[in-house]
Design a protein around this ligand. Sequence first.
Ligand SMILES: N[C@@H](CCC(=O)N[C@@H](CS)C(=O)NCC(=O)O)C(=O)O
Length: 216
Amino acid sequence: MKLYVIVGSPNSRKVLAVVHHTGIEIDIEYLDLFEGDTKKAPYSALNPNGMVPTLVDGELNLWESNAIIQYLADKSGDGLLFPQDLAQRADIVRWQSWELAHFNQAFGTLSLESVAKPSFMATQGDKAIIGWAKEQLNKFATVLNHHMKGRSYVVGDTITLADYSMIHVEFFKEMVPFDWTPFPHLNSYFDRMRQSPSWVVTAPESPSSIGRKPVN
Ligand SMILES: N[C@@H](CCC(=O)N[C@@H](CS)C(=O)NCC(=O)O)C(=O)O
């Protein structure tokens, strides 16, 4: 199995965390964002979106990080990250769908427009999009904050795929122009998850390593 990722990419970190958590054997290939590796052959034939991550396992060519982590958790035989119980599975998929469509669509967009573009991509974000993202984030952070009251994890009592999906943009949390103080349960959840060992090992070594192929 081979996994294509970029250092520091939130969606790559989500998958790398599951690789580390399960201990599954996999070859990892790092692409260079700034060299345009995601947009050119041979990688462009694997992922028509020109994005990471992508997993190749024999005939299976799989993109979309949530699909990849579901596949890896099942393949690894880990019974806790993505349990076989139908109700628990549906609950995990519900929160993964929700983070993708709502919470992290807003948080990710705000991170890209207000932090990543000016800091790493030498361009300015769009003010109208930033305003929209803040409004949406406020709405969906309220939902997550309410859900996390009295809970340690999004589903059940242990880490599941829903948690790695939910927190995958956390690197930008204190950098975005957003007031998180009205969301104490969300904040303590993020603080707990961002210290989990399988998440910590996926962090970029330094800001300058983000997007670049590691030297060794
Ligand atoms: N929905 C996709 C999103 C993938 C995505 O946004 N990847 C980013 C890195 S986190 C990327 O490759 N960006 C490069 C680009 O857009 O050119 C997934 O979950 O895998």
